[in-house]
Design a protein around this ligand. Structure first.
Ligand code: IMP
Length: 427
């Protein structure tokens, strides 16, 4: 079998972790390809509840190799803590591999993320302040330090010196903050290198060799299409390519290798951080969705903004990614509602838009055009077959398929692996 990409179709937090954990049962490799520890994937299985930020959600399956690809930016301190937590809870991490081309998140990235956000004041992006944007900035500016560089401590020493001088100049002269110490960072990162050395590999080669022999590879997305650096609600986006295109770059495979692309959509919409969100509900229904869906950030704990399903944004992401199927998550959160709304278009100055406008300020002016549909008002947690869903629930799924233009393959009706309805087998 070839590669299957699992991509967030909204603003992140769609529940990709559960879908990957479920599909990993039949996979040989699970590979992360973008983002950093700004991502938070919650997985609930027979070992308990886990919140992963960097380690792919396939780690709970003893037959699966888990790869962190070149497109990910890695904070080694966070990665080591995650490895240790898993080990303490009896999970084998010997099948974890890190790309030698993956960039490191350095202490100055974290400091600069906070200083830049503070300087933006009321126009702040609402980043996770974990240094992700500054780490990607340095990658493109050719000022990044990669895992491979750490393997040679002399080289690391030579690279860190001028880079830190440059960063300290910005930290002190632009922001008036205190400079960071070379010796402390050098020593700290040399210790991380010693600890992580056994995990470092040329992961692109590993994936390509696995695909060549017919193994199944899951490409695990982070964040969502509407947060993508190119196609998201710029500048209120993350700094990497969270789309299917990013999967090829971030792991090092040809686009020809990807056979299926699954778009993960929450059955409603959430967003954390700043930026436009046309279907946001600032009323009691929004609060109810947040409380019933436990919509608080896995990484930052921030309350998520909640709203109805937005078929303009999701149709856009389906087209951009070429989704072959949808995994619809948190379906059960809607179980008690008497009526639901779906946004079918945006109204802007008397015109109807079928596509999100590229400019965030224009998107902020768009008003959703609602279609009201009846709720099913009964529990779906225990349902395992599409035909057993109440009629209104089936109608809701069918309407989403119609509006997005893509079939629903899987419906998640609860956080546990078993709480899933397979409409069309993905693997
Ligand atoms: P950054 O990725 O930390 O630079 O944050 C940029 C924007 O992306 C902010 O609005 C964050 O809240 C958002 N973001 C980053 N990672 C995630 C995620 O995993 N889920 C949801 N939002 C995210």
């Amino acid at each position: 079998m070839p590669a299957i990409a699992i991509i967030g179709g909204q603003w992140g937090d769609e529940g990709k972790g559960k879908i990957v954990d479920l599909l990993a049962e039949k996979a040989d490799i699970v590979a992360r390809f973008s983002g950093g520890n700004n991502a938070g994937h919650t997985v609930i299985n027979e070992f308990g509840e886990f919140k992963l930020h960097l380690i792919p959600s396939g780690i709970f399956h003893s037959h699966v190799d888990c790869l962190i690809g070149n497109g990910v930016v890695i904070n080694p301190r966070v990665l080591i803590a995650e490895i240790e937590t898993l080990q303490e809870r009896g999970i084998d991490v010997n099948r974890l591999f890190i790309s030698d081309r993956a960039h490191l998140v350095m202490p100055y990235h974290i400091l600069l993320d906070a200083l830049e956000e503070d300087a933006r004041g009321k126009n702040s992006i609402g980043t996770t302040r974990l240094g992700i944007g500054p780490a990607y900035t340095d990658k493109v500016a050719r000022l990044g330090i990669r895992f491979g560089d750490l393997l040679n401590k002399d080289l690391f020493h030579k690279r860190l010196g001028p880079i830190l001088n440059h960063k300290n100049a910005i930290i002190t002269r632009v922001f008036g903050a205190s400079p960071l110490s070379f010796d402390e960072i050098y020593q700290e990162y040399c210790n991380y290198a010693d600890r992580l050395l056994p995990f470092i590999r040329e992961t692109s080669l590993m994936v390509n060799e696995a695909l060549e022999k017919g193994d199944t590879v899951l490409l695990e997305g982070a964040q969502g299409t509407m947060l993508d650096i190119d196609f998201g609600t710029y500048p209120y986006v993350t700094s990497s390519s969270s789309t299917a295109g990013g999967a090829c770059l971030g792991i090092g495979i040809s686009p020809r290798r990807i056979d299926k692309i699954i778009g993960v959509y929450k059955a409603y919409t959430t967003r954390v951080g700043g930026g436009p969100m046309p279907t946001e509900l600032k009323d009691a229904t929004g609060v109810m969705l947040r409380e019933m869906g436990k919509e608080y950030g896995t990484t930052t704990g921030r309350p998520r903004r909640c709203g109805w399903f937005d078929s303009v944004a999701t149709r856009f992401s389906a087209r951009l990614n070429g989704f072959t199927g949808i995994a619809l998550t948190k379906f059960d959160i809607l179980d008690t509602l008497p009526t639901l709304k779906i946004c079918t278009g945006y109204e802007l100055d008397g015109s109807v838009l079928d596509n999100p406008p590229p400019n965030f300020a224009t998107l902020e002016k768009c008003r959703p055009i609602w279609e009201e549909v009846p709720g099913w008002q009964s529990s779906t947690n225990h349902i395992r077959s599409f035909d057993d869903l109440p009629g209104e629930a089936r109608q809701y799924v069918k309407r989403i398929e119609e509006l997005v233009g893509c079939p629903v393959d899987l419906i998640s009706v609860g956080p546990d692996r078993e709480e899933s309805i397979v409409v069309r087998p993905i693997l």
